[in-house]
Design a protein. Structure first.
Ligand code: HEM
Lengths: 400, 537
């Protein structure tokens, strides 16, 4: 069983990767033999079929995991992997509504990154604590993730809009900010890559220090650039001759894992910047300029509509899962439908943000550019809630 | 009031953008003929645009503005997010926020406290924001829904060619008068196959579908209003909301605070996962709780006789509260309390146990008479023992024993033991969890802890929330509105033939791509293929 689960996850990842390649081929290839249009259609079909096989295998993974552990969304690995599933599923829906091959060339890489990111977290099946033993957990988390998946597709379409728009307006502020977004995405890629590389090397280090008077040991799986405040090295594998942290974090950074988290962030930023520099030096262009040829044939109005449509599909589903079901469950589990827990508050923030987005679109001049920026911003809010709140602000929902 | 007259002869109220009758744009100022028409609210005048004089009108206009609504939403958003920077008042392990935040988070913590962000969700500003959103929802909906309803109900089939040609999706074709009748028939037929409602008026067609989706946002807003109203009620009507906690020991019956009910705790238990169920290296360690359960009986007290009548019996588990009438009981806390200690008295000279006795920690006796004439007297008892440092007047420091609370968290006793054959009574110290052999080493009789008698205590949340039905009804209505508004679309197609020209124009509130495809398909099936792609415009 466990084998089957591991295999299905691995093949899912592989299908998403192949689908990415197919979609990118579809929009980049010239199709010298069959002509551009036929080429795009054929490779687009291959891409969507691969994505669908991937989703089917992903369902197998989920089913097997439920059979083993009775649940599939209770820790960081499970949730992010599921979010990746909903993103691909929403994309498939949008694809059949709009037949947009180009979008696939952007959504599928995102799903590959997400699945890679998910596997960085511990993958064991953990038993559920009493507060999580409720069928509402599954209903709530699945609907939230389904909604967020559609909203994420809205984000990708927004990004495509921006790349397309910037191609015609190179000297704008939008161009600069778009490049910043690209660099940040590369940092996430960098985080996944460094985690895998050091994981494969089986890098280990641990440091002893004290938190509120108690001695604790922090385990690192990446070489320590930032070490704990007043920490002592217990053991550290050597990395490029480096055995001690380069610096210790200041004392005001609280939390028992603060140093390790900051260290991961530093690695992500550095590796992202490295990737960025290498890319810039090899292609001799800005990243969005490299991507522009993929999107230049697109009609701006249609891209805007796709982004809006994905959000219009995601918003009601998110409302149902993130607020209505969340309140019902919170009521059953804790006796109050609302408790001002950081996770709940950020669900509210996400919802208010998209409500503002929808109302902005009612007024003139908010379609297109501004709207696409808001679609991007909305996804940032979602990421804050799924990642930042879990890892940094602890609350009742914190499971990582 | 002054009216605006259209070329078609219809009198429109001031503020009308598009003639109510034929749809021709009325207000030429600021209108760009090369741009599609602004179709919001069908170009009808709203109250907020027609009346501007009195204070009521100004308040009305303020709250009916979507811009204001967006600001209200955004400010609420920012405040909500700021409230998660540091823990809120209710989550801090201290009841002195004025020092806690500064101590724990320094300058920013102090600022956080001073700005009131430490309790932002209960702050007047936040509540006022929610109330304003509620008012805004009521007013903006009233302001728009009636004009919209009237406009959609009284639609004319025959629209001005200008109106049709200036839709976002539009074609103008030359069609001779011989062809037109059959073409109009075929178009109407094909559109009706796509579930459009068809109305005809001479050479004009109005095809429409999904009008009901236009009410979606308003139904959603009504749901939200109901929700906010419910939240308001629970805080303002006495008896509608109760939030208390009771701690009941096994075997004990306790009154529920503020209610005429009593709860008996028959048995409270905690179950752990088997070690096989926990993966290796689990971050939770090996003791993971599987289940907390209280078997309980709920009684109602008869007001006249004072008798307790059983009304409900069953188990209370996390996620499975006990519900009776309006009262809900939730398993929220579980602990184990030491009720009593059982002590052996050992005669160290003869090295044998003389007797065993039990001390109830909540109600110790003054004196215990044991076998062989042994008499144990309790000189002093500290349920929650601690030592406090004191400085005497002569400057010497001493430690004196105190108790921190009434609860036997760390019971300590000073006993006096007397037995026939003892020259004088012995003093014997006993502090749980501490080895006092040194202190008591002179004694002949030693107190040895045999066992602890423990009892499980359940913490139960007691809730009454009579506004829940209203709140959840609001949520359901809101969801219905959202689904109506987002998963269906309002589409209209106007067709008009006039003097050798066929005008086709279409409007939708969402999903233009789908509308275009639908029109292309319909025109193809009507044997008059037209392209509506945006590039053609
Ligand atoms: C948190 C509170 C609110 C939520 C969640 C909300 C939600 C929505 C949604 C989902 C729509 C549909 C948007 C679309 O079709 O794209 C909508 C439309 C609308 N909302 Fe709100 N709304 C809120 C508050 C308000 C307020 C306070 C106003 C007051 C001015 C307002 C005015 C409108 C208007 C005028 C429409 C357009 C209706 C139409 O298309 O006919 N909303 N609202």
């Amino acid at each position: 069983m466990v084998q089957l689960m591991e295999y299905s996850l691995f093949t899912t990842f592989f299908c998403y990767l192949l689908s990415t390649i197919a979609f990118v081929t579809a929009v980049t290839g010239k199709g010298s033999r069959v002509g551009k249009e036929v080429h795009t259609r054929i490779w687009g079909r291959r891409g969507i079929v691969l994505a669908m096989i991937g989703v089917a295998l992903h369902v197998v993974f989920i089913v097997v995991r439920v059979m083993i552990g009775g649940h599939f969304t209770s820790n960081m690995f499970e949730f992010i992997a599921f979010l990746c599933f909903t993103i691909v599923a929403s994309f498939i829906v949008i694809f059949f509504l709009y037949r947009t091959v180009t979008l696939g060339a952007f959504v599928m890489p995102l799903s590959v990154i997400m699945l890679g990111y998910a596997s960085v977290f511990p993958r064991e099946v953990e038993p559920l604590i009493p507060a999580l033993q409720s069928y509402w957990l599954h209903i709530h988390v699945t609907t939230v993730a389904l909604g967020e998946g559609a909203l994420a597709v809205g984000f990708v379409a927004g990004l495509v809009y921006l790349i397309r728009w910037v191609g015609d307006n190179r000297m704008s502020r939008t161009a600069t900010w778009l490049e910043v977004i690209m660099a940040v995405i590369l940092m996430v890629v960098g985080f996944v890559l460094t985690s895998f590389i050091f994981g494969a090397m089986d890098y280990q280090a641990s440091f002893r220090h004290s938190v509120e008077g108690k001695a604790v040991v922090q385990e690192y799986h990446m070489p320590a650039i930032a070490g704990p405040y007043e920490g002592k090295t217990v053991q550290a594998d050597s990395f490029l001759g480096m055995k001690e942290p380069l610096f210790a974090i200041p004392s005001w950074m609280e939390g028992k894992e603060a140093a390790r988290k900051l260290n991961s962030v530093i690695w992500s930023v550095l590796s992202g910047l490295l990737l960025y520099t290498v890319l810039r030096l090899t292609i001799r262009k800005r990243i969005y300029e490299m991507l522009y040829p993929l999107v230049k044939h697109l009609n701006l109005e249609t891209v805007d509509e796709i982004s809006y449509r994905a959000i219009a599909i995601g918003y009601p589903i998110f409302t149902l899962g993130g607020l209505v079901f969340a309140m019902i469950w919170a009521h059953e589990a804790w006796g109050r439908f609302w408790g001002n827990d950081p996770k709940e508050i950020w669900a509210l923030v996400t919802w208010l943000f998209y409500s503002a987005y929808l109302h902005f679109r009612l007024s003139k001049g908010w379609h297109g550019l501004k709207s696409s920026w808001m679609a991007v911003g909305g996804f940032v809010v979602i990421l804050i809630n799924t990642i930042f709140v879990n890892l940094v602000i602890a609350g009742l929902h914190s499971y990582a | 009031m002054e009216n605006t007259k259209c070329e078609c002869g219809h009198n429109n109220p001031v503020g009308t953008v598009l003639c109510e009758h034929c749809g021709k744009p009325l207000d030429e100022r600021g209108d760009r003929p090369d741009q599609p028409l602004d179709m919001r609210y069908e170009g009808k005048a709203r109250r907020s645009q027609t009346k501007k004089a009195s204070l009521v009108d100004r308040v009305w206009n303020f709250f009916s503005s979507v811009k204001v609504a967006i600001w209200l939403i955004l400010i609420t958003l920012v405040l909500s997010a700021l409230g998660t920077v540091f823990p809120q008042k209710q989550f801090i392990p201290s009841n002195r926020p004025e020092v806690y935040y500064a101590q724990e988070y320094g300058f920013w913590g102090d600022l956080y406290y001073k700005l009131g962000l430490y309790d932002v969700y209960e702050s007047p500003v936040y509540i006022a924001l929610l109330a304003s959103i509620g008012i805004s929802l009521v007013i903006c909906s009233l302001d728009r829904v009636l004009p919209l309803y009237k406009a959609l109900k009284n639609q004319q089939v025959k629209k001005s060619p200008v109106f049709i040609a200036r839709q976002r999706v539009t074609r103008t074709e030359t069609v001779s008068s011989e062809e037109k009748e059959a073409l109009l028939d075929r178009l109407a037929e094909q559109l009706s196959r796509k579930y459009y409602n068809i109305r005809r008026d001479g050479d004009s067609i109005l095809a429409e579908k999904g009008r009901f989706s236009r009410w979606g946002p308003y139904i959603n807003h009504i749901g939200l209003i109901l929700f906010l109203f419910g939240v308001l009620l629970r805080h303002s009507i006495p008896g509608w909301y109760l939030d208390e906690t009771v701690f009941v020991r096994e075997g004990e019956t306790k009154k529920l605070p503020g209610l005429n009910y009593y709860i008996e705790n028959k048995k409270a238990s905690a179950e752990l996962y088997d070690s096989e169920e926990i993966p290796m290296g689990s971050k939770n360690g090996q003791n993971v709780v599987k289940k907390y359960e209280t078997q309980a009986v709920l009684y109602e007290k008869n007001k006249d006789t004072g008798e307790l009548k059983e009304v409900k019996k069953g188990s209370i588990i996390v996620n499975h509260p006990m519900k009776y009438d309006d009262v809900e009981l939730f398993q929220s806390d579980f602990s184990t309390e030491t009720r009593a200690i059982v002590l052996n008295v050992r005669d160290q000279k003869k090295d044998r146990i003389v007797d065993t006795f039990k001390v109830n920690l909540f109600d110790p006796k003054e004196e215990y008479r044991l076998k062989e004439g042994l008499k144990v007297t309790v000189l002093d008892y500290f349920p929650d023992f601690a030592l406090e440092n004191k400085r005497l007047e002569n400057g010497k420091k001493v430690s004196i024993p105190i108790t921190k609370s009434e609860y036997p968290n760390r019971p300590a006793f000073i006993f006096k033991v007397n037995a026939p054959g003892l020259k004088k009574p012995e003093k014997s110290w006993m502090i749980s969890g501490t080895n006092l052999d040194d202190v008591n080493k002179e004694n002949r009789f030693a107190m040895e802890l045999k066992t602890l008698k423990t009892v499980n205590v359940s913490g139960l949340m007691v809730r009454v929330d009579k506004s829940l039905p209203i709140i959840f009804l609001g949520g359901i209505i809101s969801m219905i509105g959202l689904v109506m508004g987002f998963f269906w679309h309002h589409r209209r197609v106007w067709v008009r033939w006039e003097e050798g020209t066929l005008y086709i124009g279409a409007h939708t509130n969402k999903n233009w791509f789908g509308l275009r495809r639908e029109l292309e398909d319909a025109s193809k099936k009507a044997e008059y293929p037209l392209s509506f792609s945006p590039e053609q415009r």
